[in-house]
Design a protein around this ligand. Structure first.
Ligand code: UDP
Length: 361
């Protein structure tokens, strides 16, 4: 296994359950990848950004909730537009408080029946009209992705940008939703319990001869440009950097776990207060609020460009993976498949990767 994040750990768990001996190599000196939770004075915070577990995959939910205790949590997000604090996703019934409401109302009356899937911008404009798009989406997206919204694929928006009129304030509608009471590292460590773990060891294809026997399967969950030493060129990634502040004496500092900031004059994209996830802590004084700044070098988001350039380079790396004959190489997870997936999909891909190997042996 290459990488001890959520996907790698799940693959390791499933392979071990089928009697395989699993060796897992992680480049960082801790396990858990980007979902690691940290604690300060008993308060949780997430140095790589907010993670909320939500799924309609019963098997995935059963697995993760068996390995660590999840408490019920329905994720809510607020978007700050000047002095207005609106729900995200936007709710039609809240929009009349905006000074721009007359234009917004007029534009909403003439949106097409089906959104225009040409690119991210055409999709959002056809969903909510130009004024609302300019206020809530355009600038946020430029900050988040560091590129023009029309150069992004509509796929960024299809599952993540909505205009609602049903009053439901939860971000997700999945039947299973929660937050791990002891943080995500506890889940990853439980998944890794049967594995032989090596830390601080980045692995590239050049290491396979010394570390594996011919024919031994290898599951790669690191980015393929890293695995192949950028031989075909670097893939484009978008990273975020979080600044965390402990605020004494305050129980909860903001109206929801996440507050989005679409204003271009504000340098960060959102603030995150993880403590919202654990209701049992809400009465305790002290909280951690993080500001999320876009544009760091970390590989948090693959960039789905509308021209498909990044996907094409990923496909070339995948062809290189398939052409490697000494070991069967399987890519799984957000980094290795260069896909903007959620945690439950990462777990699902881990299970599927393990089952492919079990079946082939
Ligand atoms: N988005 C936006 N305004 C917001 C929140 C999100 O325009 O207030 C857009 C933006 O393009 C962003 C995408 O929706 O990249 C997905 O946002 P979400 O917060 O769901 O993504 P996450 O970073 O949590 O995966």
């Amino acid at each position: 296994m290459v990488g001890a994040g959520l996907t790698g750990a799940t693959t390791a768990w499933e392979l071990a359950r089928h009697g395989f001996h699993v060796r897992i190599y992680e480049q960082a000196d801790v396990v858990g990848g980007h979902i690691r939770t940290e604690w300060l004075r008993g308060i949780p915070y997430e140095p790589h950004g907010a993670h909320i577990f939500h799924t309609n995959d019963a098997e995935v939910w059963q697995l993760v909730s068996k390995l660590t205790e999840f408490v019920p949590y329905r994720h809510r997000v607020t978007i700050r537009v000047r002095s207005h604090e609106l729900s995200w996703p936007l709710q039609k019934c809240e929009l009349s408080q905006l000074e721009e409401w007359p234009e917004v109302e007029r534009e909403l009356a003439s949106t097409p029946d089906r959104p225009d899937l040409t690119n991210f911008e055409t999709y959002c404009r056809s969903l909510m009209g130009e004024t609302l798009y300019d206020l809530c989406v355009r600038n946020y997206t430029m900050k988040q992705w560091g590129r023009a919204p029309e150069s992004l694929s509509a796929s960024v928006a299809t599952n993540r940008v909505e205009l609602r009129d049903d009053g439901y304030r939860g971000l997700f509608r999945d039947p299973h939703q929660g937050w791990p009471k002891r943080g995500y590292a506890d889940l990853v460590e439980a998944l890794l319990e049967p594995a032989e773990i090596h830390l601080g060891q980045p692995i590239t294809y050049g290491n396979l001869t010394e570390l594996t026997l011919p024919g031994e399967p290898v599951v790669i969950t690191s980015a393929l440009d890293d695995f192949f030493c950028s031989e075909l060129g670097p893939l484009e990634w978008r990273g975020v950097r979080l600044e965390s502040q402990f605020i004494r004496d305050v129980k909860l500092a903001q109206p929801s776990m996440v507050v989005n900031e679409p204003d271009l004059a504000v340098q960060w994209t959102r603030t995150i207060e993880t403590k919202w996830a654990l209701e049992s802590l809400h009465d305790r004084p002290g909280t951690v609020v993080m500001r999320e700044y876009p544009g760091a070098s970390a590989k948090h988001y693959p960039v789905p460009d509308s021209a498909g350039v990044n996907k094409a380079l990923q496909s070339s790396y995948e062809a290189q993976l398939a052409a490697h004959t000494r070991n069967p190489l399987i890519a799984a997870g957000r980094l290795a498949t260069y896909s903007y997936i959620n945690m439950d999909q990462a777990v699902r891909q881990g299970l599927d990767a393990a089952r492919r190997i079990v079946k082939s042996r």
